[in-house]
Write a protein that binds this ligand. Sequence first.
Ligand code: ARG
Length: 459
Amino acid sequence: MKKLWGGRFTKTAEEWVDEFGASIPFDQELVMEDITGSIAHVTMLAKTGILTDDEAQQIKKGLEALKEKAANDELEFSVALEDIHLNLESKLTDLVGPVGGKLHTGRSRNDQVATDMHLYLSKQVSDIIELTAELQQALLEQAEKHVETIMPGYTHLQRAQPISFAHHLMAYFWMFERDKQRLTESLKRINISPLGAGALAGTTFPIDRYYSAELLGFDGIYENSMDAVSDRDFILEFLSNSSILMMHLSRFSEEIILWSSQEFRFIDLDDSFSTGSSIMPQKKNPDMAELIRGKTGRVYGNLFGLLTVLKGLPLAYNKDMQEDKEGMFDTVKTVTGSLKIFAGMIRTMKVNTDNMVQATKQDFSNATELADYLSSKGMPFREAHEVVGKLVLHCVEKGCYLSDLSMEEFKNSSPLFENDIYEVLAPETAVARRNSAGGTGFEQIKIALEKAKQCLADK
Ligand code: ARG
């Protein structure tokens, strides 16, 4: 097949070489963005008088026809034409004749491909923000149902202090809020137009970059044409924000996996988000959570892949940069899928409230209550810590828990203990009393839930 850049060449590459160099197998994902970018470009070329209105109209008609075909999945692409840009240009010329060759006036594939990716990420990042909000909504709904569900809170995966399950869920709500903020902030840098930067140095044609940027919905243009065609920071930022988001999903997955194990039995995942074993009939595996934890690795990999591709590149465009796409597409697919699955998993999970509260009764997670009790009666906290530590040791030796001790045993360790100590030791009391701002106390959780609702409503 004749190359669109074939003038300087005396022979063409063999098919297997073309195949190695081609990006069309994956960059066809950008078909709509490429057409949209071209329509804006040709509209600008007419407005500035670089093309006549009639020429621009013919080209636009052809581009609209290609758009329709693309929407119906009717376009077939060729590896010999390398990438989405040359494939579409060739199809355009087939449709409208030689005037199609005027579309590329004042433009290069270097600013074209960058434009496509800015358009693509702008849409995808907005969708991911939306999906993150949906996951937050699912969390909020579960949290509202479980304000009074008591469970052990952990540090070092050892039972630490009793907490409300809603408080645990809401911790993730705020992580996802920050993820959304990061993604939203990044849109400032995504919504900038490289179009019109040309190959690297700008163009001799009297183009209007501001106009094409405006047509495409960008908020501004790259100030420097070399930066415009070389910059892939906006993709790195997306991969980095996605890595942090996936890290949050992965930590949460780990907890879901633990909680649904026979050792914890805190939750039951819905059958529709679990799978069985081909050999062990009793198994119900939290595969979706495991997969999300696993897929986090590929997103990190995509970030490191692109950082590494870019680190040694001289300005401006280098073919290495074609390697920016697959990791970006893969990340969009992975993050989008993971968010959807996670929201479904959270919405449908069954919470075993009895097992949770029971767990808080079979441990020493109320030991801090005793120490706080003594120090609120005037004993220095360090001393109280020591007294309670000895009481815990006494229980361990005796094989009981703090609330099993007699009043006499309490009094023996400190005369400050009174009868109300049993009430203080109850996990519900321990949670209710932690009413410092942002704490797990029921009153605080209610305030937090209101703030969270407001947060979602504000968007
Ligand atoms: N397929 C190329 C890419 O994705 C498009 C830009 C090609 N530019 C060039 N000068 N070869 O990077």
